[in-house]
Design a protein around this ligand. Structure first.
Ligand SMILES: Nc1nc2c(c(=O)[nH]1)N[C@H]1C(S)=C(S)[C@@H](COP(=O)(O)O)O[C@H]1N2
Ligand SMILES: [Mo]
Length: 203
């Protein structure tokens, strides 16, 4: 199963991006061969679904909200890890509160302007203080390769939960598995407790 992600998603068959400046231990992943560039003029993040106030945010709107900075280790489920990486952005819980989540809601679904990737969290997971709609990474504005201008950052979970090129947040009744979850990965992707890593009772 891990080989699925390692083989299909990693657009770096040569391993050379690890040698590029700014690589910093990160590998570039995209399930699509190209992704449009969006910025100040045309980036929008929409929040809809089971909310009282569907909203659309520009980059300036997001920057004007209180920002939270977290420094945690990034862990890809295929094994690579980048220690102590700063991410900064708006807590997802703040955006959900602003939109007014309805009582029938249980989950949140994320869509991306690459047109293909999706992710999901339960509402309880989405409201955690260590889940951000991130505008900055490594103390710089998020570059396109890292999912800029805006990506999700789910600090306690494997990095596949951190959807790049985030464009939509839909509040839903149930969790719908995301792109990699349809291909075998755990929906609850807690680092160390999922994807057959530390939950083997014989280990
Ligand atoms: N839209 C989108 N988000 C994505 C992915 C992707 O292919 N497309 N890959 C995921 C995986 S498996 C990882 S490890 C990280 C990689 O982030 P990076 O390219 O900034 O290192 O993004 C996650 N988010
Ligand atoms: Mo990953």
């Amino acid at each position: 199963m891990e080989s699925v992600l390692a083989g299909a998603a990693e657009k770096d068959p040569t391993g050379l991006t690890g040698l590029l400046p700014n690589g910093g231990g990160f590998r570039y992943y995209s399930v699509t061969s190209s992704v449009p560039h969006k910025g100040e003029a045309n980036y929008r993040l929409t929040i809809d679904g089971l909310v009282d106030h569907p909203t659309s945010f520009t980059l300036a709107d997001l920057r004007a909200l209180p920002q939270t900075r977290l420094v945690r280790d990034v862990q890809c489920v295929t094994g690579w890890r980048v220690p102590g990486t700063p991410f900064e952005g708006v807590r997802l819980s703040r955006l959900l509160d602003a939109a007014g989540v309805r009582s029938s809601a249980r989950a949140v679904r994320f869509t991306c302007f690459d047109g293909a990737y999706t992710e999901s969290l339960t509402l309880a997971q989405a409201r955690r203080a260590d889940v951000l709609v991130a505008l900055r990474m490594q103390d710089k504005p998020l570059g396109h390769n890292h999912g800029g201008p805006v990506r999700l950052y789910v600090a306690p979970m494997y990095f596949y939960k951190s959807a790049k090129w985030l464009s939509g947040i839909t509040v839903t009744e149930d969790v719908r598995p995301g792109y990699w979850e349809d291909r075998g990965y755990d929906v609850d992707a807690w680092v160390g407790k999922s994807n057959g890593r530390d939950d083997d009772p014989t280990s």
